[in-house]
Design a protein around this ligand. Structure first.
Ligand code: FE
Ligand code: FE
Ligand code: MG
Length: 166
């Protein structure tokens, strides 16, 4: 832990670490939901859906790494057991039990909308108290906004394709 780096944070550091660990739990669950969803997805544009979900999985894993690095810098410990992901998550986990692309994409869109709310709140919390965390949160938030748009565009394309072929 960097003592000065921790001292310049203008809010309760333990509370901040807890918020970052909650987001960390979300990222691992999002990672797995995308990773396994890409593999089981069936239906129109399966290839495009696989590519997009696989790319998003990699992004969520990268976000988990960013959060873990910041947690360590702040003198905290990233969650050490997968069972803690379920206890700490904000956004939960939706198993892709129905592999049809539109259902699966709908679940992931809900996940992204939850993530956008979480990072928007974290941005507000850290804006005036911790510029380094704030900067990281903005980078992640930008990715989540892009993810939502990518998924909604895919759903629109699937709808367009179906209406043209009807
Ligand atoms: Fe993420
Ligand atoms: Fe995302
Ligand atoms: Mg994308």
């Amino acid at each position: 832990m960097g003592t000065k780096g921790r001292a310049i944070v203008g809010m309760d550091v333990d509370e901040l670490v807890e918020l970052l660990n909650k987001a960390f739990a979300d990222e691992w669950l999002a990672y797995y939901q995308y990773w396994v969803g890409a593999i089981v997805a069936q239906g129109p544009m399966r290839g495009a859906v696989f590519a997009e979900l696989t790319e998003h999985a990699a992004d969520e894993l990268r976000h988990a790494g960013m959060l873990a690095d910041r947690i360590i810098q702040l003198g905290g410990t990233p969650l050490l057991s997968p069972e803690d992901w379920y206890k700490m998550t904000n956004c939960g986990y939706e198993p892709p039990e129905d592999p049809y692309v539109e259902v699966l994409l709908g679940q992931n869109i809900e996940g992204e909308q939850c993530a956008i709310e979480v990072y928007q709140r974290l941005a507000e919390t850290t804006k005036d108290t911790d510029p380094l965390t704030y900067n990281m949160v903005l980078q992640i938030l930008a990715d989540e906004v892009e993810h939502e748009e990518d998924l909604q565009a895919l759903v629109e394309d699937i709808h367009l394709m179906k209406s043209r072929h009807a």
